[in-house]
Design a protein around this ligand. Structure first.
Ligand code: URA
Length: 306
């Protein structure tokens, strides 16, 4: 047994999550429409009960490593992948509003002057919030905005963003179908900075994490893709682990299954390496399978060795 769920429990966990997610989403929509009570049949009750049981199991095991409870499942083979840290405590954010769109707008306006991030004095002034479908099944989480994202106030609109759009298109998604966010909502500052960017530090990610958590709570994606090692580190509390060790299996954040893959910019730097593209594509095929989306033979064959 390692942190969280025992690997044999994982398939049951994923099944419970994938059965319950559409029902939870539907109930939330009714709630947003003002409905306060609903009669559920036995089958629906059982779906919710097994989801709850799985969630309890994943949180009743050893304490989460982050003080605010960053989740910690673990399908990981090696529990030493996680290092105990005690990041400074950052308050949770409360979204106001009734609909998901209103709640996300409330988060966005709170993020503008978010004290825990601003007080670090290492992040730049413009805030770049998330973008996309507030009811998306798929959420993608990157590390932090760069030069182009800061200029256009939107995540993933530079070269890495174009690569991400291509990956999404190959999966059958338009950019508007999914929800795209970053662990850190501000571009990390550098001395004499022009177009150069740096990765956010653990402190910078920790300061913004309450927003990611609140976004997940509102959007209720059926699964999340962490884009790159830094995003995985911020979300899952893996420290300094190469993506190669984290990909290829499911993780969990706040009860939502998470897949880790390479950052799209890695593919830009390794544009000729078909084998690396295939690794990202394998991760995305796992996501499509989990979402129950149709996969054509052509899609299965992308970047396959000739
Ligand atoms: N890289 C990221 O991780 N996020 C962005 O928004 C852009 C590039």
């Amino acid at each position: 047994m390692v942190w969280g769920l025992d690997p044999p429990v994982l398939p049951a966990f994923l099944k419970a999550v994938s059965r319950a997610a559409p029902l939870i989403k539907y109930l939330r929509q009714l709630e947003c429409g003002g409905q306060t009570h609903i009669r559920l049949d036995e089958e629906a009750k059982e779906v919710l009960r097994s989801r709850l049981r799985m969630r309890k199991e994943s949180t009743s095991t050893p304490p989460p490593l982050r003080s605010q409870g960053v989740a910690s499942l673990s399908a990981e083979a090696n529990p030493s992948d996680r290092k105990e840290t005690t990041p400074p405590s950052v308050p949770a954010v409360q979204a106001e509003g009734v609909t998901a769109t209103e709640k996300l707008a409330s988060l966005k306006s709170q993020a503008e002057n978010w004290g825990p991030a601003r007080s670090l004095e290492s992040l730049r002034e413009p805030m770049v919030f998330a973008v996309g479908n507030p009811a998306a099944d798929l959420m993608l989480v990157g590390e932090a905005p760069g030069y182009e994202e800061e200029r256009r106030h939107e995540p993933f609109v530079g070269r890495a963003g174009q690569k991400l759009d291509q990956i999404l298109a190959a999966m059958g998604f338009a950019r508007e179908d999914v929800y795209i966010s970053n662990i850190c909502k501000f571009r990390p500052a550098l001395k004499n900075q022009t177009t150069n960017n740096r990765k956010p530090t653990p402190q910078e990610m920790n300061a913004c994490l309450p927003f990611v958590r609140a976004e997940i709570e509102i959007v209720q994606p059926r699964c999340i893709v962490a884009l790159g090692g830094t995003a995985a580190e911020g979300l899952l509390n893996y420290q300094g682990q190469p993506v190669g060790r984290m990909r290829g299996r499911w993780h969990e954040f706040e009860g939502i299954p998470v897949r880790v893959t390479y950052h799209p910019s890695y593919l830009l730097h390794n544009d000729s390496a078909v084998s690396e593209k295939r690794k990202v594509w394998d991760d995305m095929l796992s996501v499509l399978e989990f979402l129950g989306m149709p996969i054509s033979e052509k899609q299965r064959g992308f970047f396959a060795e000739k």
